[in-house]
Write a protein that binds this ligand. Structure first.
Ligand code: PEP
Ligand code: MG
Length: 325
């Protein structure tokens, strides 16, 4: 069976009713972009830049970051590359950056919260990303946004950095899209307010689930509660997709739910625009999508949104899947 999967690597993702689906890859380094292309990714939906920082002895400067982002853009040959600003803190430590010891690191000083305090680090990274945007279709995404103020502050810093580069006659893409990750419930709930200001959303289910059901994503004692098929999570996902479409924007997903074939009919039915996953999941997902009809999936999604437990949702998805075989 895995042999027949190989044929999908060279093909775009198309549903049974002929709709093209945008499938992207998550990468942690420019080198991984090569594997993404080999697996037939339409782009990079999430470049986790923190690995660039975690694998270094000292904070990588603008040039070093620029080379990494430019390399990813070059390898992707004009396909979109969404670069997420560093998501350190939480469980990701940087030895050379003295982060405070916290009782609840996942509820603490993390990601954009660090960037807005250590503006110097954020500005350096934004300069590097902007400069790389002259070499491909680069987009920027801010992680862990929890409210409009935070987004506006980050966007404001980006606007200043853009002006700086213009002043220095350094080329960058003036039309670069700027979006946010939706991984905190407050932001999903307010997606309608964000939609007129951001260019896109990317739903990070790995964190969105842990914050919605208050279950640490790494804690085995509450692992049974941690489930992206929880009805509350599904309602948040629907809210975000609908809000983005009402404002003519698009929504992607870069959490692990996007790579799960069981979730595919549901996400297709909800109208998800871009799916980003580990490169190794792409072929299987293309095979799954090839068997799905959008109208059927929209009906399925409507029914599933009425279910009241993760278990019921999983069962409905399994029944749907088995009926297709
Ligand atoms: C997520 O939270 O779903 C996500 C994609 O980000 P990370 O896994 O890097 O926290
Ligand atoms: Mg996350």
């Amino acid at each position: 069976r895995s042999q027949s999967l190989e044929v999908y690597a060279a093909r775009p993702a198309v549903t049974a009713d002929g709709a093209r689906v945008e499938l992207a890859a998550n990468i942690g380094s420019a080198a991984e972009a090569g594997a993404a292309v080999l697996q037939g990714a339409d782009g990079v939906g999430l470049f986790r830049t923190e690995f660039l920082f975690m694998n270094a002895q000292a904070m990588p400067g603008e040039e070093e970051q620029f080379r990494a982002y430019q390399e990813a853009a070059r390898i992707m040959e004009g396909r979109p590359v969404i670069i997420r600003t560093m998501d350190i803190g939480g469980d990701k430590e940087l030895p050379y950056l003295q982060l405070p010891k916290e009782a609840n690191p996942f509820l603490g000083y993390r990601a954009i919260r660090v960037g807005l305090v250590r503006e110097d680090l954020l500005r350096t990274q934004l300069r590097a990303v902007l400069r790389a945007s002259a070499f491909g279709k680069v987009k920027i995404m801010f992680p862990m946004i929890s409210g409009l103020q935070e987004w506006r502050q980050a966007r404001g810093i980006l606007t200043e950095v853009q002006a700086e580069l213009r002043q220095e006659s350094l080329p960058f893409d003036e039309n670069m899209e700027v979006g946010i990750m939706v991984e905190i419930p407050s932001t999903a709930v307010l997606a309608g307010l964000f939609a007129s200001e951001v260019d896109f959303f990317s739903i990070g289910t790995n964190d969105l689930v842990q914050y919605t059901v208050a279950a640490d994503r790494m804690n085995e004692y509450v692992a049974h509660l941690y489930d992206y098929f929880h009805p509350a999570v599904l309602q948040l996902i629907r809210t975000v997709i609908e809000a983005s479409h009402a404002a003519d924007k698009w929504t992607g997903m870069c959490g692990s739910m996007a790579g799960d074939p069981l979730a595919a009919p549901l996400l297709l039915g909800l109208g998800l625009d871009e799916w980003s996953m580990e490169a190794g999941c792409l072929s299987r997902m293309k095979e799954t999508l090839a068997g799905l009809d959008r109208r059927e999936c929209r009906e399925l999604a409507k029914r599933i949104l009425l279910l009241d437990t993760p278990k019921a949702v999983r069962q409905a998805l399994r029944d749907f899947h088995n009926a297709k075989l």
